[in-house]
Design a protein around this ligand. Structure first.
Ligand code: WQD
Length: 345
């Protein structure tokens, strides 16, 4: 069965393409490669040992998407295509409304005529804002978004929910990711930050390899066990497998709308992540404490009861596994020169 992956050459999409093939599906990638590189496709093929069908295209190109859908006739869609840098979204909101909202609407107008039985959407724990209760569950109040990026995820969830309410042969699954980190254990695919990483783990591994002088820990006076922010860090391969579980369930259900948190259900502080990196890399990390970063939520981690109970999915990798695989990927990246590392420096 063919599954269309929009943004399928990206960080989560590429790992999900591997997981789909490992589960007998046939992924078709559509990606404009704004956040990826051609070598990612080659490395997915090396991991799975077979060719991958992919199209280099922006999903806002309605004619192009229509031709691909008619040619490939997928039974399912996993929609990853979106920009995802919180701070960039504050500086350039229209890029985010254009790509994450308008392109989603264009895409839905095209698939409206197709028989898509299972649609999985890449959402984010960002939709919760600062949760009233930790761990946060799917029925938590959705607060005003902290950033344009977070707002596009809230709007995306609402657009998709209203769209799929008009469909009785299709299921919709909204996956609210917590903090995706790590890389494929092979070291062949992983995160490709553009310019200076805004996320913690790629910054740590770049500091570890000497690409960055030192890590700044944004704040150590939060009301947490060690004063640094707490997050729910989920291995990207665990996250990819959650997409396969959601897709499969959606193919069986065919007519419902479900929302799942995808996280480990455990919180880890910035200092916990640093300690895990130092343990797996067997080297000290050069870091200092700096001021808090605007917009940071002090503490958030998931209540993952629903996804474990309804999709029989469980996270398998530990925080140390995540850092071990992220570090292996960083060391391998020297072999794959890629253009986006130069941007925004
Ligand atoms: C984690 C913690 C920082 C960098 C965002 C999006 C979320 C998802 C993941 C897309 C925070 C601290 C970070 C650094 C630091 N994106 N930190 N020094 O902000 O929790 O989540 O990225 O899906 O939607 O909101 O992730 O990795 O940026 O930060 O101290 O150089 O690490 O303050 O506490 P975040 P992050």
């Amino acid at each position: 069965m063919k599954i269309l992956l929009t943004g399928g050459a990206g960080f989560i999409g590429s790992h999900t393409a591997v997981a789909l093939i490992e589960n007998g599906f046939d992924p078709v990638i559509v990606d404009d490669f704004r956040n990826s590189e051609p070598f990612v496709i080659e490395n997915i093929e090396k991991i799975v040992g077979k060719k991958i069908t992919y199209y280099s295209l922006n999903i806002g190109n309605k004619e192009g998407v229509k031709n691909i859908l008619q040619r490939e006739n997928p039974v399912g869609v996993i929609h990853f295509a979106a920009d995802k840098a919180v701070n960039e979204s504050v500086l350039n909101p229209m890029k985010y409304y254009q790509n994450n909202v308008l392109n989603l609407i264009n895409f839905l107008e095209v698939i409206d005529q197709m028989n898509i039985n299972s649609f999985v959407f890449s959402s984010s724990c960002t939709v919760y804002g600062v949760p009233d209760k930790i761990p946060v569950n799917e029925s938590a109040l959705i607060k005003p978004a902290f950033s344009p990026y977070g707002y596009t995820k809230q709007v995306g969830e609402r657009i998709l929910t209203d769209f799929f309410k008009t469909k009785n042969k299709s299921s919709l699954t909204l996956l609210r990711y917590f903090n995706p980190i790590g890389a494929h254990p092979s070291g062949l695919i992983g995160e490709l930050p553009i310019g200076v990483p805004s996320n913690l783990v790629p910054y740590i591994t770049q500091a570890g390899i000497g690409k960055r002088k030192k890590l700044t820990v944004f704040g150590k006076d939060y009301d947490t066990k060690d004063g640094t922010c707490v997050r729910d860090y989920i291995h990207v391969v665990d996250l990819a497998n959650a997409h396969v579980a959601a897709l499969k369930k959606g193919l069986k259900r065919k007519d419902s709308i479900k929302t799942y948190n995808v996280g480990t259900g455990k919180g880890a502080s910035v200092l916990d992540v640093i300690k895990a990196f130092e343990k797996v890399s067997q080297q000290g990390l050069n870091y200092e404490f700096g001021p808090r970063r605007a917009g940071d939520v002090p503490k958030i981690y998931s209540d993952n009861f629903l996804i474990k109970n309804e999709l029989a999915w469980h996270p398998k990798f530990s925080l140390e596994d995540c850092l071990e695989h992220a570090w292996k990927w960083e060391k391998n990246l020297f072999n794959f020169k890629y253009k986006s590392e130069k941007k925004q420096d």
